[in-house]
Design a protein around this ligand. Structure first.
Ligand SMILES: Nc1nc2c(ncn2[C@@H]2O[C@H](COP(=O)(O)OP(=O)(O)OP(=O)(O)O)[C@@H](O)[C@H]2O)c(=O)[nH]1
Ligand SMILES: [Mg+2]
Length: 214
């Protein structure tokens, strides 16, 4: 199929940010990604097998960026064949725990070790999300404990609920803050498309400044 130069340039210039969502089974990874990409809370979910991809186009400072969310499986048997794929060329990582389940918070250390074990660079932004805050009378993980943990791992903490519609902006801001940081980072910007011997050559550029509102 013949592509015109302009449509080719357009597709090359749309950047895709791969963001993976990691954490214990049942913490709400699928519901959080669904809330961000689909704007609602799913009536029913089943344990994720392998990975589910969800995409959302967002506009940041006039640039349209595709946020590609990898909703990973928390259960070992459903993820073990996929783990390498999760971490390959990842741009950002969202670690999720359930505020009503202390074990899911304690297990974060293991998830972080798995991530580090896959040579994810320290420059890849990571955030921590405590989900199910709507279950106010069941909270087991105090905010100050989570904040301390997040600080010690150089992560921002979001406490939120995929279920509560009043929290939907907060859920969006998890992914938007990462997209803004990624946009501001160097090296992901392919600006110049040059033709050489009929082939397209991409020139990787470095951008250091951003006026991102996030
Ligand atoms: N009350 C409440 N329940 C939630 C929330 N988010 C998810 N749940 C419920 O928690 C259960 C698990 O949600 P999922 O999103 O499927 O969990 P998961 O982390 O994707 O699980 P795996 O795919 O097995 O790794 C479901 O019954 C959801 O309805 C929330 O913010 N509040
Ligand atoms: Mg899931």
């Amino acid at each position: 199929m013949a592509l015109s130069t302009s449509s080719l340039e357009l597709s090359i210039q749309t950047r895709i940010f791969k963001i993976i969502v990691i954490g214990d089974s049942n913490v709400g990874k699928t519901c959080l990604t669904f809330r961000f990409t689909g704007g609602s809370f799913p009536d029913k979910t089943e344990a994720t097998i392998g990975v589910d991809f969800r995409e959302k186009a967002v506009e940041i400072e006039g640039e349209t960026i595709k946020v590609q969310v990898w909703d990973t499986a928390g259960q070992e048997r459903f993820r073990k064949s996929m783990v390498e794929h999760y971490y390959r060329n990842v741009h950002a990582v969202v670690f999720v725990y359930d505020v009503t389940k202390m074990a899911s918070f304690r297990n974060l250390q293991t998830w972080i070790e798995e991530c580090n074990g896959h040579r994810v660079s320290a420059s890849v932004p990571r955030v921590l999300v405590g989900n199910k805050c709507d279950l106010v009378d069941q909270i087991q993980v105090p905010s100050n404990m989570a904040l301390k943990f997040a600080d010690s791992h150089n992560m921002l903490l979001f406490e939120t609920s995929a279920k509560d519609p009043r929290e939907s902006q907060n859920v969006d801001s998890i992914f938007m803050s990462l997209a803004c940081r990624l946009k501001a980072q160097k090296s992901l910007l392919y600006r110049d498309v040059e033709r050489e011997d009929g082939r397209v050559r991409l020139t990787q550029e470095t951008e250091t400044k951003s006026n991102c509102p996030c």
